[in-house]
Design a protein. Structure first.
Length: 172
């Protein structure tokens, strides 16, 4: 069983037992227990990015296999983003060999901006870097699908006032 699956099981148990009121998760490909209600809130798009040091990669589409020829900066195994990337690559019969694996998403962005390699990030979270051209999106041949993010609550417990308000804010 993966670390991600264990974390989700623990969190689902905490929802069931009323220890936590709400959890946020990547929905895609997850098996959701019958006593848990899940609703998608947002779709996000992941991408590979580089600094000015690697702008030669922007001239043509490159494959996932070709990405392995460059230093790769990704989140450590166990993160949702990394699990999604690994599964996507396995579906294309590619095993990535990252040079740098980091627990912190923000450090993936910073190391990539420093020119240490190709970073794998969520595009929605780096709009400023793309707009001010400190990072550039690498065109790849394989289309990376969007991921759905959402929240989960227990069907067994009444949702409290503050959680209801949070859900209203999320939906608006």
């Amino acid at each position: 069983m993966t670390v991600e699956r264990l974390k989700n099981q623990l969190l689902f148990n905490q929802l069931r037992n009323g220890i936590i009121d709400i959890m946020f998760l990547n929905i895609d490909g997850k098996s959701i227990p019958d006593d848990i209600y899940v609703e998608a809130c947002q779709e996000v798009q992941d991408c590979f990015v580089v600094s000015e040091k690697y702008t030669q990669l922007l001239d043509k589409e490159i494959s996932l296999e070709e990405i392995n020829n460059y230093p790769l900066i990704v989140q450590a195994k166990g993160s949702n983003t990394r699990s999604f990337l690994d599964n996507f690559c396995l579906n294309h019969n590619i095993l990535l060999n990252p040079n740098i694996e980091i627990a912190s998403y923000s450090l993936v962005v910073e190391f990539t901006k420093m020119g240490l390699g190709i970073g794998y990030v969520t595009e929605d979270y780096i709009k400023d870097e793309l707009n001010n051209k400190t990072l550039f999106k690498v065109p790849i041949k394989e289309k990376i699908p969007k991921r759905s993010l959402g929240y989960a609550i227990s069907k067994k417990h009444e949702v409290n006032f503050s959680t209801k308000k949070l859900i209203e804010i999320i939906k608006n």
